[in-house]
Design a binder for this molecule. Structure first.
Ligand code: URA
Length: 239
């Protein structure tokens, strides 16, 4: 593929801007400046440097972010900073989108991609990909709370009772539960309907990926990592 085209589809700007970057000698491949925007470059396994920063060519891109509190999951945030401000600009230009959303005060694992089919698959309740949440409760949790969540609670606007796939108390005021749907404020609403209140909410895991484990070990709040093919496989542990 032509170098200017590669840079454009990897998010480095318009065709004209990418051509300029190349002509200014800002692009290196294998340590050598390539200043011909029309140079034909094989994309398989391509690593290139732009202004000294190394990038790997990715046809589609997949990311995991440890979302801090106080960030909106929106490209046009209204009252807080947006999660997209935590990602490198070229990835935003590539139009990565979050897989579902977390509330502004919710922390934890948020996935992004520019692969529409991937986002659709993970967002669809039919695919039953569990999302694991840890909620700090306002009052001590009880066995009855856990049982109600597992049995299903009624939510306004939901025709059927909504059930947790799993629910257990990790501490008197820490409840871990998983769900395979992604509705507005669903965890907070479920716990309220079951008779308690969420003080803080954290998403610990998505499918077989969990913060603090594997590729996400050591990821601090506000940091992100690329997800590679093997990591993506873990999203569907049963598959
Ligand atoms: N459920 C909620 O209530 N909030 C979130 O951020 C995610 C799930």
């Amino acid at each position: 593929m032509k170098l200017e085209r590669i840079l454009q589809n990897q998010g480095f700007g318009s065709r004209r801007q990418c051509r300029q970057l190349v002509e200014l000698g800002e692009v290196r491949i294998n340590g050598e400046v390539v200043d011909d925007p029309g140079a034909e470059i094989p994309t398989a396994g391509l690593v290139y440097e732009i202004e000294g920063e190394a990038w790997t060519y990715r046809e589609k891109t997949y990311l995991a972010l440890y979302k801090p509190a106080g960030f909106e999951c929106s490209h046009e945030p209204k009252h807080h900073r947006g999660v997209y401000s935590l990602l490198p600009h070229p990835l935003v230009v590539r139009n990565v989108q979050s897989v579902g959303r977390l509330d502004v005060d919710t922390t934890g694992l948020l996935l992004f991609s520019d692969d529409g089919a991937f986002i659709h698959n993970l967002s669809s309740p039919k695919k039953h990909v569990p999302k694991i949440y840890r909620a700090e409760l306002a009052e001590d949790g009880t066995d009855a709370l856990v049982e109600r969540l597992l049995a299903g609670v009624s939510l306004i606007d939901e025709p059927q009772p909504v059930k947790a796939l799993t629910a257990r108390l990790l501490a008197p005021r820490t409840l871990e539960m998983s769900i395979d749907l992604g509705k507005y404020h669903v965890v907070k609403r479920m716990i309220a309907a079951a008779g308690n209140h969420v003080d803080k909410l954290h998403r610990h895991g998505f499918g077989g990926l969990a913060l603090g484990e594997g590729v996400l070990a050591g990821l601090a709040e506000g940091e992100w990592v690329y997800l590679e093919a093997a990591d993506l496989q873990q999203l569907h542990p049963a598959a």
